[in-house]
Design a protein around this ligand. Structure first.
Ligand code: FES
Length: 155
């Protein structure tokens, strides 16, 4: 989607849903759903459409982990970093995931095939450590599960 199209999408959304501070999070979700990420170049258009400052938009984008600032890979693997999954070996799983998938946490692999991201609780705490693979929850994740995910991603 080009810059003009993105701005048209923002204006159309605000026309339907209204402007103001309380509309910022829903608008950002809408932009991310439509484009896949929130380009810094769109911040002025978002600020203008909602009558907020650019600093307001940047503050929200940097505070919430859910907003992606760069295009994601074709596959998105999220690993839970919240307390219960960490107590069940989440840190070790994160290291194995980085090795098996060939990408560091918070990064997209150079071939664009996979992005590895943290998530903070998937609501499956009793059966962790947990992951989300392209929107599908994977419970009790271990090295074998990560091998299967790596094969799935390579296909
Ligand atoms: S702490 Fe990981 S799913 Fe809740």
């Amino acid at each position: 989607m080009g810059s003009d199209e993105a701005k048209a999408l923002i204006d159309a959304w605000v026309g339907r849903e209204g402007a103001g501070r309380d509309r910022l999070l829903p608008l950002l979700h809408n932009v991310q759903d439509a484009i896949g990420y929130i380009d810094d170049a769109l911040v002025p258009a978002i600020a203008a459409a909602l009558n907020l400052s650019r600093a307001d938009i940047h503050g929200v984008l940097t505070f919430y982990h859910d907003y992606r600032r760069q295009p994601a890979g074709r596959h998105i693997v999220k690993l839970c970093r919240a307390e219960s999954c960490q107590a069940r070996g989440g840190a070790a799983i994160e290291a194995i995931a980085a090795e098996r998938l060939g990408v560091a946490m918070g990064e997209t692999r150079r071939d664009g095939q996979v992005t590895l991201e943290p998530v903070y609780c998937l609501g499956l705490c009793a059966i962790g450590p947990n992951a989300m693979v392209d929107g599908r929850p994977v419970a009790r994740i271990d090295a074998a599960a990560l091998d299967r995910i790596a094969i799935e991603i390579a296909a």
